[in-house]
Design a protein around this ligand. Structure first.
Ligand code: AMP
Length: 144
């Protein structure tokens, strides 16, 4: 675990508390899932446990069952919503490994044959595109 500890004012904690907006696609008592604002591909979604931890290294092991059940649910919905050819699941621990927001989260990145992903946290997507993509995932979840 990093000596920096958990900052309750990180941006995902604010999203969980509803203090800043997000394009939510799924919520239960353990997790919230919402669109990544700088998507690496169409439908890039983040799943965030409500229990606070910086990342996988300091999380309680009990977190992962509910977290990855939700990751699978949302990944299946994203695969269906965008007719993805594959899905990358990724998760970064501490800044040298690529982590930029220090509340545990899992990336769901749909991939398409012959289409290279964009850079990590590189290009901001238009809100209307994020809203439309969120609606497609919610619709797929509703039909699941
Ligand atoms: P990581 O580098 O694994 O910590 O990933 C953080 C991710 O959060 C990046 O892919 C960012 O594009 C994304 N991100 C940053 N701020 C927001 C936000 N306010 N809402 C949604 N996604 C965000």
């Amino acid at each position: 675990m990093s000596s920096a500890g958990y900052d309750p004012n990180n941006i995902f904690a604010k999203i969980l508390r509803g203090e800043i907006p997000s394009h939510r696609v799924y919520e239960d008592d353990a997790v919230v899932a919402f669109m990544d604002v700088m998507p690496q591909s169409t439908g890039h979604t983040l799943v965030v446990p409500k229990t606070p931890s910086r990342n996988l290294l300091d999380a309680e092991p009990e977190t992962f069952g509910r977290l990855f059940a939700a990751v699978q649910k949302v990944a299946r919905a994203a695969q269906q919503a965008f007719d993805a050819d594959g899905i990358v699941i990724s998760q970064f621990n501490e800044a040298p490994a690529g982590q930029t927001v220090f509340h545990l989260h899992v990336h769901i990145v749909p991939r398409f044959e012959g289409v290279a992903p964009k850079g990590h946290a590189a290009v901001m997507e238009k809100p209307e595109v994020l809203a439309a993509n969120a609606e497609k995932i919610r619709a797929a979840l509703a039909g699941a």
